[in-house]
Design a protein around this ligand. Structure first.
Ligand code: PMV
Length: 318
């Protein structure tokens, strides 16, 4: 780097178990952090330097939002990631969260998770046009995070509001569960998919009812998870996938990976904004699901959950 003091930080990716898209309208959602991380190392600079190259300040909207929120006009940043981009696994949220921590630490500002989650959500909102805090809060806190869950399901962490929407963010104890992520290999940025659902929901009462139905099954899924009822949770995940397909955010490749996983799973669904990206399956037979995903043209990752959120890394990371 440039000889200036530097701070390294990392944050995990996430997978949404239930409630994507509907959560944008203040409805509930559940997500788990996964053992794939985004790493960054930052130091002060008068201009924007990314992996050793000078770039325009606006080139990455998440980065500009975080550095502007912290009163800077440039930063020198080295970055590396294990999270595939534009794939529904929270790569932008992990970037925003880890960058916020590193910049705050560098400037001697508060580094509590709530401040970081709010910086990261702001970045997501500015870049995406409309967003919920599910990704950014999960990548910041780690473990399991539920938004707008009923009393008794989780422990409240913080509250985030934007315009007329607000979300109570809670943590919950993650039960032992095995998930396989299947990557279609198709990149699909979140913003246009969120906008597609917004237009459909605003113009069609049937679409608005589907969004409400996703909220209902998400609440039921939180109860199933609390009772460690995988059969119940899995069938709600599969139902959630069908409702998201009706909203127009699935695609043939996602449907194929969901279908081929179901014979060996409690349930399966797309995760994140859809249109490509990834699906997840809840299973006791991860190897069989992984093989089926590979045979059907996807890339499987057997993921670990219960992983830590954003953190300062002592050693230089990739
Ligand atoms: O695809 P991802 O990882 O950006 O997930 C987006 C989740 C949405 O509900 C579709 C949008 C949001 O901001 O909550």
């Amino acid at each position: 780097m440039n000889g200036q003091p530097a701070v390294s930080a990392s944050a995990p990716g996430k997978m949404i178990i239930l409630g994507e898209h509907s959560v944008v309208y203040g409805k509930p959602a559940v997500a788990l952090a996964i053992n794939r991380r985004f790493y960054c190392r930052v130091s002060r600079s008068g201009e924007m330097i990314l992996n050793g190259r000078r770039v325009p300040a606006f080139v990455h909207p998440h980065i500009s939002s975080v550095i502007n929120d912290n009163g800077l006009s440039g930063i020198s940043m080295d970055a590396g990631t294990q999270i595939p981009t534009s794939s529904g696994l929270g790569s932008s949220a992990a970037l925003s969260s880890s960058l916020s921590l590193a910049v705050r630490k560098l400037l001697g500002r508060d580094t509590d998770q709530e401040s970081i989650a709010k910086d990261a959500f702001n970045a997501e909102w500015n870049a995406q046009g409309r967003a919920s805090p599910i990704d950014t809060s999960t990548c910041t806190h780690g473990g399991g995070v539920a938004l707008n869950c009923p009393v008794g399901i989780g422990r409240e962490l913080w509250r985030i509001s934007k315009n007329d929407r607000s979300w109570n963010v809670s943590e919950f104890d993650v039960p032992e569960m095995t998930f396989v992520v299947g990557h279609t290999g198709i990149k699909a940025p979140t913003g246009p998919l969120v906008e597609k659902v917004r237009k459909y929901r605003d113009s069609n009462t049937f679409a608005a009812e589907i969004v409400d139905e996703i909220a209902n099954i998400t609440l039921e899924g939180m109860e199933r998870m609390k009772q460690d009822d995988r059969v119940g949770l899995g069938s709600l995940m599969t139902k959630n996938h069908k409702l998201l397909s009706i909203l127009g955010v699935s695609c043939p490749q996602l449907n194929k990976l969901v279908e081929c996983s179901l014979p060996y799973s409690y349930g399966a669904k797309l995760t994140g904004s859809g249109g490509g990206g990834c699906m997840i399956a809840l299973t006791d037979h991860p190897d069989k699901v992984a093989r089926a995903i590979t045979l059907h043209g996807g890339t499987p990752y057997i993921v670990n959950t219960g992983v830590p959120g954003v953190q300062v890394d002592v050693k230089k990371t990739k």
